[in-house]
Design a protein around this ligand. Structure first.
Ligand SMILES: NC(=O)c1ccc[n+]([C@@H]2O[C@H](COP(=O)([O-])OP(=O)(O)OC[C@H]3O[C@@H](n4cnc5c(N)ncnc54)[C@H](OP(=O)(O)O)[C@@H]3O)[C@@H](O)[C@H]2O)c1
Length: 328
């Protein structure tokens, strides 16, 4: 890492005026704070979420905290492929999109396995499959950005602690809430790295990066009406873990850096310097998630589970057609 990179200041970001970003799950947690940080830097932010009331509350909060923010809201339920298609169609018609933060996630999975209307395990569908379909559908508009646009996938340090090899991605055999969560993050990271390999192989001007927020908890996060209102009990418990946790505001630092640091390269992994908390830096991903053979296998699985093929992966004549449409 160069000396210049070490000087990155997450509280004073480079100006993002004229750039536009989409954030999934932006009504709470890291997604909210990432949206706020991008808006404060001057970007236009498309805040997306599955619930219109929670989304409106988050938009109002940004309005209070960043008076000149340029934000809009978009309904997007990542567990529902129809909702993903509709949202992608709305964003795909824009003049440009500079990046997408694939952040939405279930962090407290249900006790027993649940299946979405599309027939996929709920945690996998929400944390991975919706984002796989969304990122692919957004490729043409991402390609219209002036600088190479970015997609940033949300991973987790838990992938380095529990090496759950996703041989059964739908967890039909051995579901547990923790396994569902960690496995979804293993797959998200593997897809993030595989996406970058594929984008490069096809010569596309879009980069894929992976970031994780360490251990970021609500009880150590500023209270914001309609966005973060932990109980006193939650604040007490979270503060007991202060040595190994940070706020969700700080948790957003690594994903935001991966999205906008001009020096951040495709295929890299970003997280807090101390692993669980700290300044955003490059990190070493769990080997399980960086293995190209596993990445390729999981990619094929996602194509089948979503019935989506990224335009860049289709036959060369179709690829030429969408690249003409995207103006490249
Ligand atoms: N916090 C950590 O320490 C930590 C560690 C590692 C990785 N991560 C990852 O970071 C991301 C954000 O975590 P967080 O801590 O900010 O969680 P959070 O506070 O629970 O926020 C999750 C966000 O995702 C949204 N979401 C959930 N299901 C959705 C769906 N079906 N469609 C659209 N949005 C949906 C939530 O919206 P609703 O309000 O509608 O539920 C909320 O906006 C996740 O991908 C998580 O795996 C977090």
């Amino acid at each position: 890492m160069s000396a210049r990179r070490d000087q990155w200041n997450p509280t004073s970001l480079p100006a993002q005026t004229g750039r536009a970003f989409l954030v999934t799950g932006s009504n709470a947690g890291l997604g909210y704070f990432a949206s706020e940080q991008l808006a404060r830097a001057g970007a236009h932010v498309i805040m997306s979420g599955r619930n219109p009331n929670r989304l409106a509350a988050a938009r109002a909060a940004i309005g209070r905290r960043v008076p000149d923010a340029s934000v809009e809201t978009l309904l997007l339920d990542t567990s529902n492929l129809g909702s993903v298609r509709a949202a992608a169609a709305s964003v795909g018609g824009r003049a440009r999109l500079d990046g997408v933060l694939l952040n939405a996630g279930i962090v407290h999975p249900p006790r027993t396995r649940e299946v979405t209307g599309d027939g996929n395990e709920l945690v996998l569908a929400t944390n991975v499959l919706g984002h796989f379909a969304l990122a692919g559908a957004l490729l043409p508009v991402l390609e219209r950005a002036e600088l190479p646009a970015r997609m940033v996938w949300l991973g987790s340090i838990s992938t380095a602690m529990w090496s759950y090899d996703p041989v059964d991605p739908q967890l039909e055999q051995d579901y547990s809430p923790w396994r569902a969560y960690v496995q979804s993050k293993v797959i998200a990271q593997a897809l993030g790295f595989e996406a970058d390999r594929r984008l490069r192989a096809h010569g596309l001007a879009v980069r894929s990066l992976v970031a994780h927020p360490g251990y970021s908890v609500s009880g150590r996060t500023p209270g914001i009406r309609g966005v973060n209102e932990p109980t006193r009990g939650a604040r007490f418990v979270d503060n007991l873990q202060a040595a190994v946790t940070q706020s969700k505001e700080r948790g957003a630092w690594a994903p935001v850096r991966a999205l906008i640091d001009p020096d951040a390269e495709g295929g890299t992994f970003w997280g807090p310097k101390g692993g669980l908390r700290g300044m955003p830096r490059t990190a070493r991903p769990a080997a399980l998630t960086a293995d190209p053979a596993r990445g390729e296998r999981l990619w094929a699985f996602c194509e089948e589970a979503t019935a989506v093929q990224w335009p860049s992966d289709r036959g060369s004549s179709e690829r030429r057609r969408w690249r003409r449409r995207s103006g490249r």
